[in-house]
Design a protein around this ligand. Structure first.
Ligand SMILES: [Zn+2]
Length: 370
């Protein structure tokens, strides 16, 4: 396939808009996957969506030798609302760049990995059983797909995730863990003029708590906490009864995740007359570059060298992905194997067409050698 043919075929995927909350679009993407593999020695299982989200598609092929398999994982949902390609981010080629909603994160990676998977299935050159899971909800934390991701991960010798490459084509071998919390405060309302002393301000308490949570940030240890949403009160002359805020927490180790979860969940009110309720927890565990991950990366470097390029990885990144789930189970996981480019989640999102063929070659080589 020429570069132009690859760009044209990928453009069809990008043009089909599939934000997470639009199951019809996501299911359309699943249809495209199923139709691509029709007639090939690939088993297709479709798992119906739930909770208002799209379906999943699980492909299986390769050698049935009773060994643990190698699993590819791609999400087909995007963050871009329907209509983005009509107006703000038209699907188009400019030089080596293919622009469009989700082309970089991560339809480019899903598409090129599927081409590699098809080629290996057709040629019968896999060393192990192969699975390829397409999911509908990564952009909101994978609430309906996490179970299957972990189940497939447990049965695999390695997991390959096609999230976008980092600048210069670097892949990802470590990601921070991500926690989300919701803090609700309830004080005692009172007239701000005539009964001030009777009031117990939930917002005043929230101010104390927000500073305490933000002070938990420890850059040296790779721990960050952010309060990025807050609210409360009813009127300018009422001591507020209610206040709330969100907490985003990032950690580099499982132990720090547990420690931070305990600290945040056990926040105590300053004012004994204000009730505090904290919910949430760590959503994505950290993905650490274990010796097994490092060994798999070295293997990938060897494959890339045969394809003709020098593969590098990048320092632990702050963003989470489905790779966090499988890596936390101790399954060697490589991520960032998708298309190179830039502008994820923005209206300048593009993939580099020239990165498709080498990265397809890398994934094909991994499927044939792991
Ligand atoms: Zn993504």
């Amino acid at each position: 396939m020429t570069q132009a043919d690859a760009a044209a075929a990928l453009s069809v995927w990008v043009a089909l808009e599939s934000p997470t909350n639009h199951p019809a679009g996501v299911n359309g993407m699943m249809d495209l996957v199923a139709s691509e593999v029709a007639g090939l020695p690939i088993a297709v299982e479709r798992i119906a969506g739930r909770d208002g989200l799209g379906d999943m598609v699980l492909l299986r092929a390769g050698r049935e030798n009773g060994q643990p398999g190698v699993a590819l994982m791609s999400h087909l949902d995007t963050v871009h609302p329907v209509g983005t390609s009509d107006k703000d981010l038209p699907v188009r080629v400019e030089g080596d760049r293919l622009y469009g909603p989700g082309v970089y994160d991560m339809k480019g990676g899903a598409w090129l990995a599927l081409q590699a998977f098809k080629a290996v299935a057709k040629a019968g050159t896999a060393k192990r059983p192969m699975a390829f899971l397409f999911t509908p909800d990564e952009e909101i934390g994978s609430p309906t797909s996490r179970g299957l991701i972990e189940e497939i991960g447990r049965g695999s010798a390695a997991v390959l995730v096609t999230e976008p490459a980092r600048a210069g084509g670097r892949i990802v071998t470590a990601r921070k863990g991500v926690g989300r919390f919701d803090v609700r405060l309830e004080g005692r309302p009172a007239h701000a003029g005539s009964r001030h002393a009777d009031g117990r301000s939930a917002i005043r308490e929230a101010a104390h708590q927000i500073l305490a949570v933000e002070a938990m940030t420890d850059y040296a240890r790779g721990i960050t906490t952010s309060v990025a949403l807050m609210g409360g009160g009813t009127a300018a002359n009422v001591i507020p009864q209610h206040a709330w805020f969100s907490v985003d927490c990032r950690v580099t180790t499982l132990a720090d995740g547990t420690m931070m979860e305990n600290r945040i969940l056990s926040l105590k009110a300053h004012d004994p007359d204000v009730a505090i309720r904290v919910t949430g927890g760590m959503n994505r565990p950290p993905y650490e570059k274990s010796p097994a991950v490092a060994a798999l990366f070295e293997q990938a470097r060897g494959v890339a060298a045969k394809v003709g390029f020098d593969l590098q990885d990048c320092p632990m990144t702050g963003g989470g992905s489905d790779g966090n789930f499988t890596a936390a189970l101790g399954v060697p996981t490589l991520d960032g194997l998708g298309i190179d480019g830039d502008g994820a989640h923005t209206l300048q999102e593009y993939g580099l067409i020239s990165s498709i063929a080498p990265r397809q070659g890398l994934i094909k080589g991994l499927l044939e050698t792991i």
